[in-house]
Design a protein around this ligand. Structure first.
Ligand SMILES: Cc1cc2nc3c(=O)[nH]c(=O)nc-3n(C[C@H](O)[C@H](O)[C@H](O)COP(=O)(O)OP(=O)(O)OC[C@H]3O[C@@H](n4cnc5c(N)ncnc54)[C@H](O)[C@@H]3O)c2cc1C
Length: 370
């Protein structure tokens, strides 16, 4: 299809910044670019009819690292690196809250609990022993002790008697957050074109030539914020990782409240609208889940079902309303890749499982680089 003179002139000419991906990173980048350069023409290209990677699919934990995650990270990262990671998550959430406001994202700080399976006695004792060291390590971030022992007062089954809880962890409404970000960005004058896939680009010229599944155009700068799909466009250390989720129908008198991590973080669940949202299980089949194709597998969904039945809701009748998946971007370290790749090309990808926490900061850093 040939574009008309009007279409080309109005939407695709004199573009200053083109951002690929309308997830939390791309949208924050657009917002901060519009503040930095109020007169700039900013365009977002999004392959989905809605944002379609992880930002509209996730569990909505505003989390900074459960205790076993911090213990595990300290085996592969220095103390300083772990401190920096937690600090960036903390600052990222504060930025998200300041940008959109707590009521728009339904921010609720009920705490985040790590549950330890009955058979994980060693992990539980390792984490228990590290509790005060980790509280001290992270005091510069939180200003007080973050982790403490919590009785099993939600009556979960097959777990140790106590959780280790982070008092600062919170939950948000993912859909509301993304909707608010989309409005913010549109109100700032940014154009978002959906169902447009960037297929290739050439940044060897003074500007960048952009090719999509529908049309071609030029932009002064190109910013790639495609996270789990980045390997399709860039030669960077980022791999796709699919994460599967389910949600129950509303449950009468549901008492469970908060965000929960189970089995070293391989499973996570929370309350939302009198339901339980549960995700995880990638560890059952890492190879199959290293994909940028959406989809659910019997293996993982069956495990999620049995986890609900046996551990989370052992004495409660429930039905599953919906199952889905999202695509994350992961790599060898937990740090995101935020960098200038050439004069006119920048990327912010590999957000891992913490993109709600760090997505706003990564987007802002991209705008700072541009
Ligand atoms: C099931 C699940 C649960 C999660 N739970 C949490 C949680 O509780 N807390 C937390 O902090 N994080 C969580 N995460 C991680 C978090 O959602 C991500 O880290 C974050 O959303 C990444 O944001 P992003 O903007 O970088 O990427 P995305 O949201 O994936 O956005 C990238 C966008 O780029 C688009 N795109 C890709 N390729 C192209 C192309 N060629 N052309 C045009 N557009 C393209 C995609 O359609 C997508 O919309 C979870 C992730 C999943 C999948």
């Amino acid at each position: 299809m040939n574009l008309s003179y009007w279409e080309y002139k109005t939407w695709l000419s004199n573009i200053d910044f083109t951002i690929v991906g309308s997830g939390i990173v791309g949208l924050n980048c657009a917002y901060y670019l519009s503040k930095k350069y109020p007169k700039a023409k900013i365009l977002i290209l999004e392959k989905g009819t809605l944002p379609q990677g992880a930002s509209t699919k996730n569990a909505g934990f505003a989390c900074f690292g459960s205790i076993s995650e911090i213990v595990s990270d300290l085996k592969t990262h220095s103390q300083q690196e772990v401190l920096e990671l937690v600090k960036s998550r903390w600052e990222g959430i504060q930025l998200l809250r300041a940008t959109l406001g707590d009521s728009k994202i339904d921010f609720q700080q009920h705490g985040g609990h790590e549950l330890f399976l009955k058979e994980h006695t060693k992990l539980f004792s390792d984490c228990s022993e590290s509790l005060s060291t980790i509280n001290n390590l992270l005091k510069p971030v939180y200003g007080e002790d973050a982790y403490y022992f919590h009785p099993n007062n939600f009556n979960f089954n097959k777990i140790q008697n106590q959780y280790i809880t982070s008092r600062f962890e919170a939950q948000i409404n993912t859909g509301a957050m993304m909707n608010a970000l989309l409005s913010l960005v549109r109100n700032a004058g940014v154009n978002i074109l959906n169902s447009i896939t960037l297929t290739s680009f050439d940044d060897s010229l003074g500007s960048v030539k952009v090719c999509t599944n529908q049309f071609e155009f030029e932009t002064r700068k190109l910013i790639i914020a495609t996270n789990g799909f980045a390997a399709q466009l860039l030669n960077e250390d980022v791999k796709p990782a699919r994460a599967q989720v389910l949600i129950t129908k509303p449950i009468k008198n549901l008492q469970i409240k908060g965000t929960f991590h189970l089995d070293e973080g391989f499973y996570y669940f929370r309350n939302i609208d009198n339901r339980i949202l549960l995700g995880g299980g990638r560890n059952l089949d890492f190879k199959t889940e290293e994909t940028s194709e959406f989809g659910e597998t019997q293996l993982i969904q069956n495990r999620l079902d049995s986890m609900l039945q046996e551990i989370i809701l052992p004495n409660t009748d429930f039905e599953i309303e919906r199952r889905w998946s999202g695509i994350m971007g992961i790599g060898n370290t937990k740090r995101p890749i935020v960098k200038q790749l050439s004069d006119n090309l920048i990327c912010g990808v590999r957000l891992g499982g913490m993109g709600i926490a760090i997505g706003s900061l990564v987007g802002k850093k991209l705008a700072d680089l541009a």
